[in-house]
Design a protein around this ligand. Structure first.
Ligand code: ME8
Length: 506
C-alpha cells in the first residue's frame, strides 16, 4: 500500500568508534529539515537515525579504550543520541544495530537470501580496510592503500558470498527505470559506470572475529557489517513483519540520505540485496558532499574535528542549521569556517530576518496597542509585497523536493530583503500622527509577510520560526493555514529579539 502522503527518511547509522562531529550533525540536520518540511506539507513522516555498532572497526576502538565491546557501544551510542536531542532533531526512532529487533531483522534477511540461492560458502583472499569496512580488489589499490587513503590488510578466511555479479544488469535496468533513484545526477553517472565495469561477488561474512550478528546456522561466522547495517532501514519499519503498519505505509517510500563516501554501499549493494530478497529498493538515495574545516580534511588524527554541541552552545541550533544548509548546495562539498558562520549569522539572520521581525513587531506593539493592526485599502506596493510572499510556497516545493535547501533559503531571503526595503520606503513611523490608517495598513502588510515567511522558515529555522509565530499569536502553523490571514485586533505578546547580533568577545 503506497500513498504519496507517506514519507520515510533516514540518516546513515553512524559508527560508534568515535564521538560525533560536524559531518554527522550535517546529515542529521538535513534529514530533520526534510522531515519537518514534509510534515509541514501534511505528510505522515517516519524519520530514523541511529548507530552502527558491529564490525572490526568498532571492536578495535573498544579494545583501544580497554572496554568490553558491548559496554563501549552503549557508551558511545549515547553521545549520538545526546547530539540528536541537543540539536532538537525530530527523529521518530533511534536504531542501534545491537538491539534484538535488529539482529532478528538482519538474520531474517540473510535467511531470505540463502533460501533464494543468493548466498554460497567460499573463501576470501584479498584486501580489507577496517577503517572503511570494505573489501578492495588489488587493482583498486593506490600505492598500497585503499582509494580512500585508508590502510588495507590482507585477509584470507572462509566466507559466505552474495552473488552480486548476477545483479549487474538488473541494477542497470533499475537505475534506468528510476532515473531519480540516485541524486544528484553526477553521482548517478558514477554509479552506473561502476556497475557497467562489472561486479564481483561480495564477501558477506567474516570468520576471524566475533563482534557482529551471528550468521544463522553457522556460529563460526558473523555477518559483514554492511549487510547488517543496511538492514537497519527495514528494522525500523518492523521487518521481518512485512505486514506491519509501518512497513506497508513507508516501504519503499523511503529516502536514504548519505554522504558521498558511502554511495556504493547504498546504490549498488543495498538495492541488489533487496531485489535478491524479493523486496523493492528504496525510492531515493541522496548523496551529499563533504565538509572540510577551514580548508583542511576533518580527521581525528589531525585533531581538527568540530564538536557540534560546542557550536550549538555558542551560536544556537538555528544558526548552525542555517549556516550548514545555506552555505553550500546540498550535494556539493563545503568548507566550514567560524568566520563564515558568524558572517552568515550576522548578515542573514541578525541584520535581515531578525531586524525585520524586531522592528515591525515592536513598532506594532507600541503603536497599535499590542494588537494586530487594522488594514484599509492596499496600494500597488502593498500588493506587490504580498504577491512575492504568496509565490513562496510553490518555490519551496520545487526546491525542497530536490533537497535544494540553499535555494529555498535564497528565495525567502529575497522576500525578507524586499520587506525591509518596503519598511524603509513606506516609513510607517512618520505616519502615526498624519495618517494612522495608512500606518496600520503598512504594518498589517508587514505582519502578514512575516507570518508567511515564518511558516516557511520552520524546516530550516525551527526554533526562531516558532518564536516568531508565537509573537504573532499564531497557533496553527502548517502550510494549510498559509492563506489564513491574521485577524485584526488580535492581542499580541510583547516581542523579544530572535537573532541578537553576534559580537566577538574581546
Ligand atoms: O559510514 N562531511 O558511518 P560513519 C560530510 N556506519 N558528512 C560527513 C563527514 C564530512 N566531513 N564526515 C561524516 C558509516 N559525515 C556507516 C554507515 S549506513 C547503513 C552505515 C557523515 O560514522 C556522512 O553522512 O563513518 C557520512 O556518510 C557519514 O557521516 C559516515 O558516518
Amino acid at each position: 500500500m503506497t500513498n504519496e502522503k507517506n514519507f520515510y527518511i533516514t540518516t546513515p547509522i553512524y559508527y560508534v568508534n568515535d564521538a560525533p562531529h560536524i559531518g554527522h550533525a550535517y546529515t542529521t540536520l538535513a534529514c530533520d529539515t526534510m522531515a519537518r518540511y514534509k510534515r509541514l506539507m501534511g505528510y505522515d513522516v517516519k524519520f530514523a537515525t541511529g548507530t552502527d555498532e558491529h564490525g572490526q572497526k568498532v571492536e578495535k576502538a573498544a579494545a583501544a579504550a580497554g572496554m568490553d565491546p558491548k559496554d563501549f557501544v552503549d557508551k558511545v551510542s549515547q553521545t549520538f543520541r545526546h547530539l540528536a536531542v541537543e540539536m532538537q532533531i525530530t527523529n521518530d526512532d533511534f536504531i542501534r544495530t545491537t538491539e534484538p529487533r535488529h539482529i532478528k531483522a538482519a538474520q531474517q534477511l540473510w535467511v531470505e537470501l540463502i533460501n533464494r540461492g543468493e548466498i554460497y560458502l567460499g573463501s576470501y583472499a584479498g584486501w580489507y580496510s577496517v577503517r572503511d569496512e570494505a573489501f578492495y580488489a588489488e587493482s583498486e589499490l593506490i600505492d598500497g592503500k585503499a582509494p580512500t587513503g585508508a590502510p588495507v590488510e590482507w585477509v584470507e578466511e572462509p566466507s559466505y558470498f552474495f552473488k552480486l555479479s548476477a545483479w549487474g544488469d538488473k541494477l542497470l535496468e533499475f537505475y534506468e527505470k528510476h532515473p531519480d533513484f540516485i541524486q544528484p545526477e553526477s553521482r548517478r553517472n558514477e554509479v552506473i559506470s561502476f556497475v557497467k565495469s562489472g561486479l564481483r561477488d561480495l564477501s558477506i561474512s567474516r570468520a576471524s572475529f566475533k563482534w557482529g550478528v551471528p550468521v544463522p546456522n553457522d556460529p563460526d561466522h558473523v555477518m559483514y557489517v554492511w549487510l547488517d547495517a543496511l538492514t537497519n532501514y527495514l528494522t525500523v519499519l518492523g521487518y521481518p513483519d512485512t505486514n506491519s503498519d509501518d512497513f506497508k505505509k513507508f516501504w519503499p517510500e523511503s529516502v536514504h540520505v548519505v554522504g558521498k563516501d558511502i554511495l556504493r554501499f547504498h546504490t549498488v549493494y543495498w538495492p541488489a540485496f533487496l531485489m535478491a530478497a524479493g523486496l523493492t529498493p528504496p525510492k531515493k538515495i541522496f548523496a551529499h558532499g563533504w565538509w572540510t574545516n577551514e580548508g583542511v580534511k576533518i580527521s581525528k588524527s589531525l585533531g581538527n574535528t568540530i564538536d557540534p554541541i560546542e557550536l550549538i552552545n555558542t551560536f544556537g541550533v538555528d544558526a548552525v542549521r542555517y549556516f550548514l544548509l545555506r552555505e553550500v548546495s546540498f550535494g556539493q562539498d563545503g568548507d566550514f569556517s567560524l568566520s563564515g558562520l558568524i558572517n552568515r549569522y550576522n548578515s542573514d539572520l541578525a541584520n535581515s530576518y531578525g531586524n525585520l521581525v524586531q522592528r515591525v513587531l515592536s513598532f506594532i506593539y507600541k503603536q497599535c496597542d499590542g494588537k494586530v493592526p487594522q488594514p484599509a485599502e492596499y496600494t500597488a506596493e502593498d500588493k506587490d509585497l504580498l504577491i512575492e510572499a504568496d509565490a513562496l510556497p510553490e518555490i519551496l516545493e520545487q526546491n525542497m523536493e530536490n533537497f535544494s535547501f540553499h535555494k529555498h533559503a535564497e528565495h525567502i531571503w529575497q522576500v525578507i530583503f524586499k520587506a525591509n526595503q518596503y519598511v524603509d520606503m513606506q516609513k510607517p513611523w512618520v505616519l502615526k500622527a498624519t495618517d494612522p490608517k495608512r500606518m496600520q495598513t503598512i504594518l498589517y502588510i508587514l505582519a502578514e509577510t512575516i507570518r508567511k515567511i515564518a511558516i516557511l522558515t520552520q524546516p530550516i529555522l525551527p526554533i526562531a520560526s516558532e518564536k516568531i509565530l508565537d509573537q504573532l499569536a499564531m497557533t496553527k502553523r502548517g502550510l494549510d493555514v498559509f492563506n489564513q490571514a491574521l485577524q485584526p485586533g488580535t492581542p499580541l505578546p510583547e516581542p523579544k529579539g530572535v537573532f541578537p547580533r553576534w559580537v566577538e568577545k574581546a
